[in-house]
Design a binder for this molecule. Structure first.
Ligand code: PLP
Length: 454
């Protein structure tokens, strides 16, 4: 397995680094969370990206979490599920009403909110993706998309990207490219091929300088050589390292898929719903996929809710089951999603994301420009990456990790990706003042981290 940055990089923060241990000693050993953390550790199976947990929270509202000691934290991580912020009153009231009216829908029946949600999702694609399946989680939507691709093409192979993440289930890790999820898991699905993504800041294709299209050519080669790949599955913009391919990249890939009878599946689970300053990220590239999966923030950051959308002519699996999950047409999940779509439209969050994101990136460049370790601030809308470079991958990794924990001490949470990028995904409802506060914390945290990291 190729590790994307030559060392132990991963999608999330692992729970064993030195910076984390220092943070634990200073911030947690005497905190009110300590007893709950130790009960958590006793009760739950341990796994590398969660238990043992870092801390405990007691409240989530708007852009902020509150930890067990009452400390506020701007949450610019949110597992990419909080486009409308935490606890949006419109979402809470829609869920509450729905729970009173119709809390559950057995599979044999349909219900008004689920049908309305499917209709609304088709509408926001401009009708290009005309059929929907609702799903209780993102990985399940990815699995359903893979099944549909197999049924529709009569083929079984997939092409996906190194470094990608499409969920933690066995089918999803078969097309995922992160070693922490695959190592030791035994045989994965057969026929899954991986290529390096188009990643302008860390190109593995040897384009050198501006993109010379080698990433697209690598995909064209594999599709043509294999000749029987059912689908290519990818995030149009990787949500972690925030690599934005050149505008013509996806158009080339789209063409290659068409020529080879391969379906194009876009996974926009963390980045749809306005995150990038467009409702769907694919709109930046003028390319519509054959199948789209969305989730996370669709449930308003409250209810698990995902969906697979497909071209209407891909409605070809009536004889088999793509999903059939117990909570598939959840009235409460659908009410949460409808309210979320309503908030995004009423509060003009897509436009807001584009506008605030552009201004914030300028501010971040100014605030961090003199720290001596800033490589790049990049992104689209409120999907923002701050890439650091401290001279070597190992030192950069330690610096990013320390910066995260220095930020947490000061009240800002985010994610570190590939041990080199600070991934910042605030709610789209974030205020300008909160963005300024985050910029100040980050600048201080990088300074403090430079004082700790040798
Ligand atoms: C790109 C991507 N796809 C799929 C998933 C899986 O979604 P879920 O956690 O709802 O199964 C994630 C979750 O982080 C993701 O980031």
């Amino acid at each position: 397995m190729i590790k994307p940055h030559g060392h132990d990089a991963s999608e999330g923060d692992v729970n064993s680094s030195e910076a984390r241990l220092r943070y634990r000693e200073d911030m947690i050993e005497r905190s009110k969370a300590r007893r709950l953390l130790s009960r958590d550790s006793e009760a739950f199976l341990h796994q590398s990206l969660s238990t043992p947990c870092l801390n405990a929270v007691i409240s989530a509202r708007g852009s902020r979490l509150v930890d067990a000691d009452g400390r506020g934290l701007l949450d610019f991580h949110g597992n990419s599920a909080h486009q409308v912020g935490y606890g949006h009153p419109a979402v809470i009231s829609a869920i509450t009403r729905q729970m009173e009216e119709l809390p559950f829908c057995p599979r044999r029946y349909t219900n008004e909110p689920a049908v309305r949600l499917a209709e609304e999702l088709v509408r926001v694609t401009g009708g290009e993706l005309g059929k929907v399946l609702l799903m209780p989680g993102g990985a399940l939507a990815v699995g359903a998309a893979m099944k549909l691709a197999r049924v529709a093409t009569g083929r079984f192979k997939f092409l996906s990207m190194w470094g990608s993440f499409h969920g933690a289930s066995l089918d999803a890790i078969s097309v995922g490219g992160e070693s922490v999820f695959r190592t030791g898991m035994g045989p994965l699905l057969p026929g899954c091929h991986l290529v390096h993504p188009c990643a302008p800041s860390s190109c593995q294709h040897g384009c050198g300088g501006p993109c010379s299209g080698r990433g697209a050519r690598a995909i064209e080669d594999v599709l043509a050589r294999e000749g029987d790949i059912a689908a290519l599955i990818a995030e149009p913009i990787r949500c972690t390292t925030i690599e934005v391919p050149p505008r013509d990249y996806w158009a080339r890939v789209r063409d290659a898929c068409r020529r080879n009878g391969t379906l194009l599946i876009f996974d926009e689970i963390p980045i749809a719903l306005g995150r990038t300053g467009r409702f769907f990220a694919y709109e930046h590239f003028g390319v519509v996929p054959d199948i789209l999966v969305i989730g996370k923030g669709l449930g308003g950051g409250i209810i698990p809710q995902a969906a697979m959308l497909a071209r209407a002519d891909l409605d070809v699996a009536g004889h088999t089951a793509l999903g059939h999950y117990t909570h598939e047409k959840s009235p409460v999940g659908s009410a949460a999603a409808l309210a979320t779509l309503g908030v995004i439209a009423e509060e003009r969050l897509v436009e807001r994301s584009a506008m605030l994101g552009a201004a914030w990136m300028t501010q971040l460049r100014e605030a961090l420009g003199s720290c001596g370790v800033l490589r790049e601030v990049r992104g689209l809308g409120l999907l923002v990456g701050v890439e650091l470079d401290a001279g070597s991958p190992a030192r950069t990794g330690r610096l990013c990790d320390e910066t995260l924990y220095q930020s947490l001490r000061r009240g800002l949470s985010f994610k570190v990706s590939d041990s080199r990028v600070l991934t910042l995904t605030p709610p789209l409802t974030v205020t300008r003042e909160e963005l300024c506060e985050a910029t100040g914390i980050l600048a201080e945290a990088v300074d403090a981290a430079l004082g700790v990291v040798s």
